[in-house]
Design a protein around this ligand. Sequence first.
Ligand SMILES: Cc1cc2nc3c(=O)[nH]c(=O)nc-3n(C[C@H](O)[C@H](O)[C@H](O)COP(=O)(O)OP(=O)(O)OC[C@H]3O[C@@H](n4cnc5c(N)ncnc54)[C@H](O)[C@@H]3O)c2cc1C
Length: 396
Amino acid sequence: MDFQYSPDQETFRKEFRDWLAANLPPGLCLDDAADDRVASDRETFERRRAWQRTMHGAGWVGITWPKEYGGRGAGLIERVIWEETYAAARAPVLPGSMGLNLVGPTLIHWGTDEQKRRHLPPILAAEEIWCQGFSEPGAGSDLASLRTRAVDHGDHYVVNGQKVWTSGAHFAHWIILLARTNPDAGRHAGISCFLVPMTTPGIAVRPLVLMTGHHHFNEVFFTDVAVPKTNLLGPLNQGWKVATTTLMHERHSAGGRGHAAQIARLVELARRVTLDGRPAWEHPWVRQRLAELAIECEALKYTRLRSLTRQLRGEPPGPEGSILKLTGSELGVRIAEVAGGLLGMHVLVNRPSDAVSDAPRWFNRVLAARQYTISAGTSEIQRNIIGERVLGLPKG
Ligand SMILES: Cc1cc2nc3c(=O)[nH]c(=O)nc-3n(C[C@H](O)[C@H](O)[C@H](O)COP(=O)(O)OP(=O)(O)OC[C@H]3O[C@@H](n4cnc5c(N)ncnc54)[C@H](O)[C@@H]3O)c2cc1C
């Protein structure tokens, strides 16, 4: 493992940092961008779209996308540098991130030339925003049991069914949709993947609100929705393979980032608040918990580097993906628990108070942390994978 960045990579970092310092509007900055991955209202969403357009114009979007598709064609290390620099600038998650990180790479792998020409440029420029229509009531961890149907009607399919937990569907122009095209085939064999405009008659989006009050995801209903055959992505009945490409890209960024910054803020909080009449920082159990979090955070960093080293050597993704997803999301929950222990009932207040001037930050941490242990494959599913593939335990 080489811990040094090359001079070219350092130049890349400086160039991006300087560009962000000169161009990122301060009003868009956030403490914890992950808490607001989907914009909280349309106005914020539109301001972020304009921001993505500015970034794209300057060549800072689609860093690892091939040049022929409008990306920068940079390597994995540049992507890591991009992510570190972007997070350090407190910049918001790009509104087109679902398209950039999941749909775009899937299209590049499976799309026809016409589909690539049609869809990739508007993804980069935030002209078209995408959402992911995979999960259904009764088909989350066990995605292959999905029941939304797409029935052949000559030159088009007719889709009926329901999706759930669809992040950002209320802002999206397109949905990447999994539907069953052959109910008589095996569970994985009869599924296909479609590209569907959200304006198609018969699609209804109903909000689901997180316990933070944030409208993040939705239920999406399909009633006799006509989808042209040209909108099939990948071969008919091979949608499971297409979905696997998407999910591989999803795991890459799952588990959460920014733990080190959160722990640093927690240390600062422990110095500020009092417990039993003395600064929390002076209590041995507080110091112990903070030390544990810092150690876990370091271990996570080196696991991430190990995973990166494998990818740079061109080796297939190892079990690190599941380990990173599991430990990253669970560390987020433990950080939230320590914050709750320090703040007691103040943590339930979502506005600055005399006692806790940055109360909204901790309110969001405590209520939002657990979602990462569910999205992109739950902790139990990751433990199953680690148990079977790393520890060699029998299949559950
Ligand atoms: C913030 C967030 C955003 C999301 N965004 C999207 C999105 O944009 N698009 C989309 O399609 N989906 C999205 N999802 C859905 C997500 O993929 C599912 O919630 C997830 O896969 C779990 O499925 P489920 O909710 O149906 O739970 P279930 O699969 O019903 O699981 C219920 C419980 O049973 C446990 N369990 C299930 N199977 C096993 C097993 N074999 N062994 C042990 N335990 C098991 C699970 O771990 C869990 O605790 C999102 C979810 C969240 C939380």
